[in-house]
Ligand binder design. Structure first.
Ligand SMILES: Nc1nc2c(ncn2[C@@H]2O[C@H](COP(=O)(O)OP(=O)(O)O)[C@@H](O)[C@H]2O)c(=O)[nH]1
Ligand SMILES: [Mg+2]
Length: 217
């Protein structure tokens, strides 16, 4: 079976919330408690099946830039799915979710499907953010909320796969340009960037910075 689509996913959220561990759990089905795994793991991939079609999830992980809030636009470019992760045992990471959401919405003008993920739900006795509160917040922003544990693997597959199902539906509806998820490199014309005639042609409604967003290339 040939891969029908490739979806670019990004992991966003504060440093230390478990983004790299979620990626490792999803792609390799293992948990590494020791900490230097962010370094070197910049993306992972796994093929899943949706409605009998093979879909490759290509997941980009920050290599620590999030601690300086210096994630570049190219990280967001072309992403159709995002897991916005916070740590249920650290309220400050939940407080920063709004800013992360704004970053995702402004840095890319492809319609990105964002799932809010409350990670480390295995540490119930250290919880600082209740499920109800996170759920209510997610609903107010139109996001789906799931609680995961990269340690026990609870809900990890679900978080990635549920997002992929939503993206898949949006591709089938024509809301997302199929060319963007074909997995093929962009054409020469598109790659020329700012001056290219096609820039912005397939722009989705939403914020578009003056001069055109590179995400539409
Ligand atoms: N108990 C528990 N610890 C976790 C979980 N996920 C990550 N961690 C720990 O949290 C720390 C930060 O994880 P990491 O994936 O590097 O976070 P990142 O900075 O967001 O990539 C590491 O020490 C992990 O062992 C989880 O689900 N449960
Ligand atoms: Mg990391």
């Amino acid at each position: 079976m040939a891969t029908a689509y490739t979806f670019k996913y990004i992991l966003i959220g504060d440093s230390g919330v478990g983004k790299s561990c979620l990626l490792l759990q999803f792609t390799d089905k293992r948990f590494e408690g020791v900490h230097d795994i962010t370094i070197g793991v910049e993306f992972g991939a796994r093929i899943i099946t949706i409605e009998n079609q093979e879909v490759k999830l290509q997941i980009w992980d920050t290599a620590g830039q999030e601690s300086f809030r210096s994630i570049t636009r190219s990280y967001y470019r072309g992403a159709v799915g995002a897991l916005l992760v916070f740590d249920v045992t650290r309220r400050d990471t939940f407080d920063h979710v709004t800013t992360w959401l704004e970053d995702a919405r402004t840095n890319c003008n492809t319609p990105i499907t964002v799932m809010l993920v409350g990670n480390k739900c295995d540490l119930e006795n250290r919880r600082q953010v209740s499920r109800d509160e996170a759920q209510a917040f997610a609903a107010s922003k139109g996001l789906v909320y799931l609680e995961t544990s990269a340690k026990t693997s609870a809900n990890v597959d679900e978080a990635f796969i549920k997002t992929a199902q939503t993206v898949y539906t949006r591709v089938r509806n024509g809301e997302i340009d199929a060319g963007l998820v074909s997995g093929k490199p962009t054409t020469g014309a598109n790659r020329q960037g700012a001056g290219a005639k096609t820039a912005g042609a397939a722009a989705a409604p939403g914020k578009k910075p003056a001069g055109g967003c590179p995400c539409s290339n």
